[in-house]
Design a protein. Structure first.
Length: 192
């Protein structure tokens, strides 16, 4: 498989790409989410994206959402978005609450797996074997993400109107939607 490694720390990119190569995969790397998105737009042969959660400019959640919106073409037509694996050194209780919340959201969004840094080649192989076996996010999960993205965009438009009553209502909608996402078990296998 061809795997894109996205991390703003050079050592991590190098280390993970070496592990991937030792497992027989092709590794390409970049240090920003924006560059990763450009690579995904140009290269439909990328099967998996291993992305860090927290990076200097844009985070792994932004990359995941943006990648779901691009059109990838192959000789046989449209290609599905690549499977996404999140890499993070965060653990509950060892980070800023906002960042830990991002990790929890990522687990519910449709990432194929969340790998806790540091991880070894054996764990990486297990995750990639699962993905290669077809247990990447289902079409239902991708459809849910699309609906959530549209909802988020609509709410953002409401908030930019600077109407205090609408802002409070929009925040309530977001809180309710987040609670519903927390209640979903998106990591369970789904039949499509």
């Amino acid at each position: 498989m061809k795997v894109l490694v996205v991390d703003d720390v050079g050592y991590i990119r190098h280390h993970v790409s070496r592990m991937l190569q030792s497992l027989g995969h092709v590794a390409v790397t970049t240090d920003t989410a924006r560059q990763a998105l450009q690579m995904l737009e140009k290269d439909s042969s990328i099967d998996v994206v291993l992305t860090d959660l927290l990076m200097a400019e844009l985070d792994g959640l932004w990359l995941f959402k943006a990648a779901q919106k691009i059109t990838r073409m192959t000789d046989t037509g449209n290609a599905k978005p690549p499977a996404f694996v999140l890499m993070s050194a965060l653990r509950a209780g060892n980070g800023i609450d906002r960042d830990v919340q991002k990790l929890q959201i990522a687990e519910q969004m449709g990432f194929a797996e969340v790998l806790a840094k540091p991880f070894d080649a054996k764990r990486l192989k297990e995750v990639l074997d699962q993905i290669e076996g077809g247990s990447s996010p289902s079409e239902a999960t991708t459809a849910l993400l699309d609906r959530m993205n549209r909802l988020t965009e609509s709410i953002s438009k409401i908030i930019t109107r600077h109407d205090e009553g609408l802002n409070c209502e929009a925040r309530q909608i977001i809180d309710e939607a987040m609670e519903q996402l927390r209640n979903l078990n998106l990591s369970a296998p789904c039949s499509v």
